[in-house]
Design a protein around this ligand. Structure first.
Ligand code: PAF
Length: 301
């Protein structure tokens, strides 16, 4: 595995891979890698010839008072893991090699970025899209791999990719969970023992709601209340419990088509998110990982 720290080094390594005709996969991360990241890396290794992973705690996607300084960092362990998985290129830039500090471009994805996490984290998706754009332009991947756990992020990235004609396919990996259902997340490291136990009520509520949908419930208000009830009894300070379309994230009154049950809340200082997505056709309800059609007008040169 080659480890590089500057965009120039990335471009050189990618140029060499492209000259050999290799397809490129990119797994962008903020480090503190867990099995969720590992599964994305494995997908990239399976589906492309050359896998690049970036580790960059992107300051622009953190708001004032958020956990930028405390965000867990474990670069040595992450490097060993990626090496053992067979990653080709690891990119670990400094903030100054990603940002000039004079960026004036703002990303606004109308509608998609306003609700859910966008409502409580103003500017967050601008920061995500800014860094993802920069990484796409450096790495020029054929496929970018992201986690289903951050479903809103994925839908927004796909919208940007389509709108701006990035020749990148977006693929999502399913959420990897602890045995009690808690979605793996770098932020789980913040939880103390009591909070860790309570954290299962987030997925617990989503699962309970999903079972109700499987049993025929289609009223979104009922579903929202089931999720909220479970989270509140687990001690969560609920940020949102939502039932939205998995296509355009619009709030639903009745469940049909591609549906996302999404929730976020705080346990102490830790903000956790999770979701379940499903396809509903008549009486049939199937849990899915969101998928985006392969569509591009261009190829990277
Ligand atoms: O999902 C994440 O870890 C981050 O938002 C991403 C996509 C790496 C951008 O910083």
């Amino acid at each position: 595995m080659k480890k590089v720290t500057t965009p120039e080094q990335v471009r050189k390594a990618i140029n060499r891979a492209k000259e050999k005709g290799l397809s490129i996969g990119l797994v962008p991360t903020m480090g503190a890698l867990h099995e969720g990241h590992e599964s994305l890396v494995r997908m990239s290794l399976d589906e492309t010839d050359f896998t690049a992973v970036s580790i960059f705690v992107n300051p622009v996607q953190f708001g004032p008072g958020e956990d930028l300084a405390a965000y867990p960092r474990s670069l040595d362990d992450d490097t060993l893991l990626l090496e053992s998985l067979g990653v080709d290129l690891l990119f670990v830039p400094e903030v100054s090699s990603i940002y000039s500090g004079e960026e004036a471009t703002e990303f606004l994805v109308k509608g998609l970025g306003d609700g859910l996490c966008g409502a409580s984290r103003p500017g967050h998706f601008h920061g995500v899209l800014l860094v993802v754009t920069k990484l796409f332009n450096m790495v020029r991947p054929d496929i970018g791999f992201f986690g289903q756990k951050d479903a809103q992020q994925a839908v927004i990235i796909q919208r940007m990719v389509t709108d701006l004609d990035f020749p990148v396919r977006i693929r999502l990996g399913s959420t990897v969970r602890e045995t009690d259902g808690l979605a793996m997340s770098s932020r789980n490291a913040y939880l103390d023992a009591g909070e860790r136990k309570s954290a299962a009520s987030l997925n617990g509520g989503l699962r309970l709601a999903f079972e109700k949908v499987k049993g025929g419930e289609r009223d979104a208000d009922v579903i929202r209340e089931i999720i909220r009830g479970s989270m509140e009894s687990g001690g969560f300070d609920v940020d949102y419990c939502e039932v939205v379309s998995g296509m355009d994230l619009k709030r639903l009154e009745r469940l049909e088509g591609t549906v996302l049950l999404a929730a976020a809340g705080r346990l102490g200082k830790t903000r956790l998110i999770d979701n379940i997505s499903m396809r509903i056709t008549g009486d049939s309800v199937t849990e899915i990982v969101l998928e985006f059609p392969e569509w591009s007008r261009y190829e990277w040169e």
